[in-house]
Design a protein around this ligand. Structure first.
Ligand code: PBG
Length: 327
């Protein structure tokens, strides 16, 4: 048979397939989420996220040295404070859980890159991402609180801050505070297109951050929307975001593609707790091959256009890349 085009030629063997790969992965692009609990000593397994732990301030270095051993060079920190109140004041306490964790990590591993999640929901007694006015989150009052939180993280030695609250104008507010206080060199990774997603469920039980009433639909994005993601990213870039993010990842690959095409800043994607938990549960039930599904899912996020992936599988993925199973 005369066939000019035989795409199978480039699939005929592992070597040629590797030569022709369009998507390349590197462990350098992976960020590992670490939960630090102020009241804990040692580490405690997170029931909703099999294989993940909450760390006490006495074991947070262990979490980091495991990352380094696996080839992961950066983390994003989430704090579980001893004390919560209406404004979430322990979020900007210079001796708060995250501030202490940053100092410990940077003292032990100065080159390990520490990103901090900047949000109020783990620190407020009502579990919403800002100060309340009645039953709604007061946008403009929250900007001041977020700026204080970001500044306190920078003062403690964070390398980058990542606001995840979805208030309007937070990037501009945080940028001007950091600049004014001498932290013009600290980049901001904006959770720009953060959807009001049910995929955050396991995280909220891990971080104790579920809202005590209502939901987050008044500030996080409606999953039906696509153009709105472009608008949110554009606003964040205009306000000074150095990196933009789409979250969750797997159900929002279209948004990752579109926003990475539209903007010339690095694009991060957060493969969230529910994505991880689904793979773990299906694997535990014997329904899927966890390792291969992990690899294929991560790969799809990079193929969609992400340059950075925040994932609970960061260590395992770094090892898979190292072995040549993906990338
Ligand atoms: C804080 C925050 C959340 C996540 C990251 N930062 C929870 C939320 O918005 O309710 C979710 C991460 C995950 O599910 O893995 N606002």
């Amino acid at each position: 048979m005369e066939l000019v085009h035989r795409p199978r030629r480039l699939r005929d063997g592992d070597t040629i397939r590797r030569i022709c790969r369009e998507t390349r992965l590197s462990a350098d692009s992976l960020v590992y989420p670490i939960f630090v609990d102020e009241t804990l000593s040692g580490k405690r397994p997170i029931e909703s996220l099999p294989g993940q732990y909450q760390y006490g301030l006495d074991t947070v270095e262990e979490a980091v040295s495991e990352c380094i051993a696996a080839g992961v060079r950066s983390c994003i920190l989430f704090g579980i404070p001893a004390h919560k109140d209406a404004l979430g004041s322990s979020a900007w306490d210079p001796d708060g859980v995250i501030q202490k964790a940053i100092r410990k990590i940077k003292a032990a591993f100065p080159d390990f890159y520490v990103i901090t999640d900047v949000c109020m929901c783990e620190y407020t007694d009502h579990g919403h991402c800002g100060a309340l006015c009645g039953h709604k989150v007061d946008n403009d009052a929250t900007l001041e609180l977020l700026s204080k939180v970001a500044l306190s993280h920078a003062q403690a030695g964070a390398d980058m801050v990542a606001p995840s609250d979805m208030m309007d104008g937070r990037i501009a507010a945080i940028r001007s505070t950091l600049d004014r206080e001498g932290f013009a060199g600290i980049p901001i990774m904006a959770y720009s297109a953060k959807y009001a997603s049910s995929f955050y469920g396991p995280f909220r039980s891990a971080a104790g951050s579920a809202p005590s009433f209502g939901d987050r639909k008044g500030y996080q994005m409606d999953p039906h929307n696509r153009k709105e993601a472009i608008k949110e990213c554009a606003l964040d870039v205009e306000e000074g975001a150095d990196i933009i993010m789409v979250k969750p990842a797997l159900s929002y690959l279209d948004i990752i593609r579109e926003c990475s095409d539209a903007f010339d800043v690095p694009m991060a994607a957060y493969s969230v707790s529910g994505e991880y938990a689904m793979i773990k549960a299906a694997a535990a039930a014997g329904l899927i091959d966890e390792y291969r599904i992990m690899c294929e899912s991560a790969l799809s996020v990079f193929r969609a256009g992400a340059n950075i992936l925040i994932t609970y599988y960061a260590k395992e993925l770094a090892e898979a890349i190292q072995k040549g199973d993906i990338g």
